[in-house]
Design a protein around this ligand. Sequence first.
Ligand code: NAP
Length: 312
Amino acid sequence: MTNLLIVGNPFTDEERSRLSAAHASAFVGTPADIAAMDMTLRTEVRAIAYKGHLPFDAAAMDALPNLGVIANFGVGYDAIDVAAASERGIKVTNTPDVLNDDVADLAVGMMLGFARDMVRGHLLVASGKWAEQALPLNRKMSGASVGIVGLGRIGREIADRLAAFKMDIHYTSRSEKQTPGWTYHADVVDMAKAVDWLVIALVGGPETVNHVGRDALQALGPDGVLVNISRGSTVDEGALLDLLESGQLGGAALDVYNNEPNIDPRFRALTNAHLQPHQGSGTVQTRRAMAELQLANVTAFLNGEDLSTPVN
Ligand code: NAP
């Protein structure tokens, strides 16, 4: 009896083996492949272990008549139509908290990488041309002001780290938090006017599309830097590219984009951006912790126990 369907090509062999060792399972590469599965197998499946950013929509759910849980690998579940899942009585789970440190570490690393021109510095040393060429002076990060867009679990970890860099911390959130010494702004454009760096740590999904728009990026200005570790959808990407190309925005440090991994080729020509390939949680230790939490949710559901980290 195949209880578990593993969906998503980004699963590593180790992650898939761990899931298959615990539960009788089958595998498909994408949600769209589910409809083509044998009907008997589709009827057996009660749980999904999902990894990826392709939409997991109502049609994929309807192809599995006994589906009870979609356990997502990752804290961001914007690829899954949670409203459709709830309507069908299907639970959705994610993997929060275990990845906060790594995502926050990468955000700070990208900021330093951009500010101190570390990629160009490495390339200069590695090229053997250090004796002929100096690295141009770059930007001081410590002591600058930063606005965190979304002071949730990850945003808070980023802010705590940047406070240790003696940065003046500003933030937006739907509600003011108990954070003495930090400045709350109800409006992202107002905050962008007040800071040197803007770091987006929002959830993705339809409610936050273009939350940071052209007006906020213009307010950040030619000396300002945008950092995004959330989802490509949370910033107006066309405006971001226009303003970076024209120098109306000083720079960007990005881990996330629309249409990953086939991102807009305009990004590749930028000289004022530090780009990473969506690797915020990409350490051996954290990916293992995420895999364990996903498996714990699947196992709890199949055993009729409380889910560890439900979303709906
Ligand atoms: P979280 O704790 O839920 O925090 C999310 C933040 O988004 C909160 O500040 C929340 O505001 C805000 N928010 C939620 N819905 C909103 C809305 N409709 N309008 C405006 N703000 C809204 O989530 P988290 O664990 O920190 O994760 C944040 C995101 O990071 C994930 O959803 C994921 O997309 C992304 N992520 C990226 C990577 C990577 O590899 N780059 C890795 C992990 C996660 P309130 O404070 O008002 O509730």
